[in-house]
Design a protein around this ligand. Structure first.
Ligand SMILES: Cc1cc2nc3c(=O)[nH]c(=O)nc-3n(C[C@H](O)[C@H](O)[C@H](O)COP(=O)(O)OP(=O)(O)OC[C@H]3O[C@@H](n4cnc5c(N)ncnc54)[C@H](O)[C@@H]3O)c2cc1C
Length: 506
């Protein structure tokens, strides 16, 4: 028997034959992403407990068979469930789908990796929780833990997901199991409430890395606001992007606007509202700017839209913040509209309600509309993300936008760009390249566009904040010493290289 067959035998012993799949349909689906991939997945294994994960990793080490963990497996645009390297067995954690603990007073939620945003949302509603999740604009079937280990971004005061998570349970490639923060010292309740613990703070090592499998994590939820007030601003002139960004930085830095603001260009907004108007262009792509502008006007869109919300303690605080937003942002935008201030709001995407709405964007260049249960891998949707950090300044937002428009246009795509003011001084720039995989040559063209945009942003001083399997080989490391340090960490924790080889490693 070869090492893979020996490992499969051993995994069947640990998990039962029903939880070790070599079924062709499963394997093909596991190797399919929203762009071209060549990786072969030889098997998928489904542990249901931390103990089983430990044993699975021991087997992998013994037989030197690499495994690749996935939780929700909906990392669309970054590679979905597909491993970075060829020949990895998928360690699919979806059976570990238990909410382990909920503290209704402190607002913490402890979950296993298979718990999805949709499941957690329903759980919190059943509990009549006075707290909400930092849900993402992504698929409701994505998992909290998968999002955390990518250092994802969500809505509301806990939108910087990693900054609001603690007490990780991690299985190391050796099969040893550790806890982080105060969890290393005690199982007392304080371990779910405080992030740092005592001694080295190691949580970050297990995000954007291949150093451990996170089997449990605690999320510090945001309290539902006493008064919730969403707002939207739009501008109708590209020149106004800079002044709007300056106003947003001012509001973020002075803490009037405590939470991320989402700034979308017209191309992104249109792609979530409709599909490409092939009829209007006689089948030609990309969309000519005048047609895009006309469609945007029909839909009531500006050239850029900023969406945010005030999460206030009461109506008085909301009114004061609203007055300040009006005076700082109002003069710099074409329109600024506040939604109704609500004292008992719960059902709203900016209050963590998961939604599939943004997945429509992946069907922009498809001829058939998305079904009730969109599955971009199955439906041949082409989709790449390119994500970088930029200083939150007028000059940088304008430059990042110009680069995106130029690069996309050269490669035959519309700009589909968002800025998220995740921190007061920086924004994430998120560009989406969306296309139809069934059209000959599109996979190659979209990949070239992805690579060029990543390169151009890097040379402008905007490094990536997150990489996909298509860009792991662009992992930027400034010096050989930085590279050696990361390699030494990997070799120490994973001497046989059996965990997620190639994932965020130089
Ligand atoms: C239209 C659209 C909008 C999106 N919007 C957002 C957004 O607003 N914010 C955002 O952050 N993302 C967004 N995403 C990206 C992605 O869908 C989400 O981040 C999603 O939550 C990822 O979770 P997952 O469970 O699917 O991750 P998975 O696919 O399970 O995992 C992601 C990666 O983490 C690693 N991993 C997974 N589980 C573990 C584990 N337990 N231990 C160690 N490593 C592990 C895997 O190796 C994998 O490569 C969006 C995607 C789309 C298509």
């Amino acid at each position: 028997m070869n090492p893979l067959q020996q490992a499969l035998e051993a995994w069947r012993g640990v998990l039962g034959a029903a939880h070790v799949s070599v079924d062709e349909v499963t394997l093909r689906a596991s190797a399919t992403a929203t762009f071209a991939t060549s990786q072969h997945v030889p098997a998928v294994i489904f542990p249901s407990t931390t103990e089983e994960v430990r044993q699975c990793l021991r087997v992998a080490s013994t037989h030197r068979v690499p495994v690749y963990p996935v939780s929700g497996g909906k990392n669309w645009g970054y590679g979905g469930r597909v491993p970075v390297r060829d020949g990895c067995v998928l360690l699919d954690l979806r059976r570990m789908d238990r909410v382990v603990h909920f503290d209704a007073v402190m607002g913490t939620l402890t979950v296993q990796p298979g718990v999805t945003f949709d499941q957690a949302w329903r759980f919190l509603r059943e509990q009549r929780a006075r707290f909400f999740l930092a849900a993402t604009g992504g698929p409701p079937q994505g998992s909290l833990v998968g999002n955390l280990v990518e250092r994802g971004d969500g809505v509301g005061p806990a939108g910087d997901v990693f900054a609001h998570a603690c007490d990780l349970e991690v299985v190391l490639p050796s099969g040893e199991c550790i806890r982080t923060g105060f969890g290393r010292a005690t199982r007392a309740p304080v371990s779910r409430l405080a992030r740092y613990g005592v001694g080295p703070f190691v949580d970050g090592l297990f995000t954007q890395s291949g150093l451990g499998v996170v089997t449990e994590a605690t999320f510090q939820l945001a309290p539902l606001p006493g008064c919730f007030q969403p707002w939207m601003a739009s501008i109708h002139d590209e020149e106004a992007l800079g002044p709007m960004v300056e106003a947003l930085r001012q509001l973020r830095m002075e803490d009037t606007q405590r939470t991320p603001v989402f700034v979308w260009d017209r191309g992104k907004a249109l792609a979530t509202l409709m599909q490409y108007p092939f009829g209007l262009t006689g089948g030609r792509t990309p969309l000519p700017p005048d047609v895009m502008e006309a469609l945007g006007k029909q839909a009531g869109l500006g050239c850029w839209m900023a969406t945010g919300a005030l999460y206030a303690a009461d109506a008085g605080q909301a009114a004061a913040c609203r007055a300040r937003v009006t005076s700082v942002l109002g003069p710099r935008v074409g329109s600024l509209v506040f939604g109704d201030a609500a004292e008992d709001a719960v059902d709203h995407p900016l209050l963590g309600q998961p939604s599939s709405d943004n997945l429509r964007m992946l069907y922009w260049r498809k001829h058939a509309p998305p079904t009730q249960t969109p599955d971009p891998d199955r439906d041949g949707c082409g989709f790449h993300w390119v994500c970088s950090a930029i200083p939150l300044t007028s000059a940088d937002a304008t430059q990042a936008s110009r680069i995106t428009r130029d690069v996309c246009s050269i490669h035959g795509f519309e700009s589909n760009l968002a800025f998220i003011t995740m921190e007061p001084r920086t924004a994430y720039a998120l560009a989406a390249i969306t296309y139809d995989r069934s059209r000959a040559g599109e996979d190659e063209r979209a990949r070239a566009c992805h690579d060029a945009l990543l390169r151009e942003w890097m040379s402008a001083g905007y490094p990536p904040i997150r990489l996909g399997i298509q860009s792991m080989d662009r992992f930027p490391v400034a010096t050989q010493e930085d590279q050696a340090f990361l390699r030494r960490l990997k070799e120490t924790l994973d001497p046989h290289g059996i965990l997620a080889p190639g994932r965020y490693s130089p």
